[in-house]
Each structure stands twice: as C-alpha cells, then as structure tokens.
Design a binder for this molecule. Structure first.
Ligand code: VGL
Ligand code: ZN
Length: 207
C-alpha cells in the first residue's frame, strides 16, 4: 500500500510539552511514540514538524493581560485560542520525545516562530497566507501523498491534513498514531472536517 517513491510520513509535534508532564499535555500523547517508531521503519521518507515559539509568543495566555489558558481572543488574523507557555525555542519542552526515532528524518519544519503569528498547520500559518515552505518541498521532491501522525489530532494534525488536501495532496490520517487535546468536542469536530475534506483514516496495522 505504501509507495515509497511518492508517499511520505509527516510526524507532527511529538515534543515533550505535548506529552504527559509537559506544559500543554495532550492526554496519553506519549502513546503515539511506539506506533510512530514502527511506521518509521515502513516509510523511506519522513518529515517532522516542531512547534517553536519565542518567549512571549502571542498564542500564550501569559502575553495577554487578564487572560487565562484555553480562552480565545480576536487577533488581527482572527480567533486565536490562548495556550499555556509551551515549546519555547531551545527549551527541553520543545525537544522531540526522547524515544521518538528521528535520526533518518529528511526535513524538520519549525513553525510558530514569528512572535505575533501562530501556526498549527505544517503548511500555512494561522493567518492562512504565510507559507511554511512544506508544499513547495513536497512538490519539488515528487511526493504526492502524505500520511499524518502526531499531536494534537484536533489542532496541528487536523490543520495540516486539511491544508494538505487544499494544496492538492492525498492525505491519510493514521488514527492510532495521533492523540487529541479534545476541548469542547474539538476531537470529533476535527474528524468530521477531515472526512468532509477527503482525508482518509486508517490504523497503523492496516499498512
Ligand atoms: C499545538 C496548540 C498550540 C499542536 C501547538 O501541536 O497541536 N496545539 N500549539
Ligand atoms: Zn504552539
């Protein structure tokens, strides 16, 4: 089923701050690591993303007087959920999970590094116009289909999968290689949006 000439695996934000004990922990986030490590043996081409924020980033509640994490605010580019400080550039929380097999990965896309702009998607930042460069990289390398895993299903993974479709790639979500933050039904809402956009859903064992 995998065609290693045109398929690649995109591993989204498997970083300490999204794992149990981290600043923005995703429930059971670390459980994706062994699943992803098995997939790494099956895909010749692997790309990682790394949430990578400067101190005082605008997506942090701490940067907005009187706001607490998980509230939303209107920024100049639209509604932004405010998060606890997380994935600060150079911090241990921003490092990949120590057990994640990253050695052979071909590209690491860092995102959210502009102080006043967040980026959930691996393709386009939250203003929906600033590209990360991933689309051009994939086209240039001849990749036509992306398989997605990582954290969190309902934010960075879903936004990446939806943008992959928008950019004309086939997209497959490997569900047991992901975990969701799941605030107010955001987990199911993200699955519904991905279904509508033609993102296929499979389990790792299907491969
Ligand atoms: C993420 C919230 C803020 C994610 C990143 O990786 O899903 N979520 N920054
Ligand atoms: Zn972030």
């Amino acid at each position: 089923m995998i065609d290693n000439t045109t398929d690649c695996l995109i591993i989204i934000d498997v970083q300490n701050d999204f794992c149990p004990g981290g600043a923005l922990e995703v429930p059971a986030g670390d459980e994706v690591v062994p699943v992803i490590n098995q997939l790494v043996e099956m895909f010749d081409h692997r790309i990682l993303t790394q949430d990578w924020h400067p101190v005082g980033h605008h997506s942090f509640a701490s940067a907005h007087a009187g706001k607490t994490p998980f509230e939303s605010v209107e920024l100049d580019y639209g509604i932004q959920v405010l998060w606890p400080d997380h994935c600060i550039q150079g911090s241990s929380g921003a490092e990949f999970h120590a057990d994640l097999e990253i050695t052979g990965a071909e590209l690491i896309i860092r995102k959210g590094f502009r102080p006043a702009l967040d980026s959930y998607s691996a393709f386009t930042e939250n203003d929906r116009t600033t590209p990360t460069g991933l689309s051009g990289y994939l086209v240039n390398r001849g990749f036509r289909r992306v398989f997605l895993v990582g954290l969190a299903t309902d934010y960075c993974v879903a936004w990446s999968a939806l943008d992959a479709r928008r950019e004309g790639f086939a997209a497959v979500l490997i569900e047991d290689g992901c975990r969701a933050i799941d605030m107010d039904g955001s987990g199911q809402a993200a699955i519904d949006r991905m279904d509508d956009a033609g993102v296929a859903r499979i389990c790792a064992a299907d491969l």
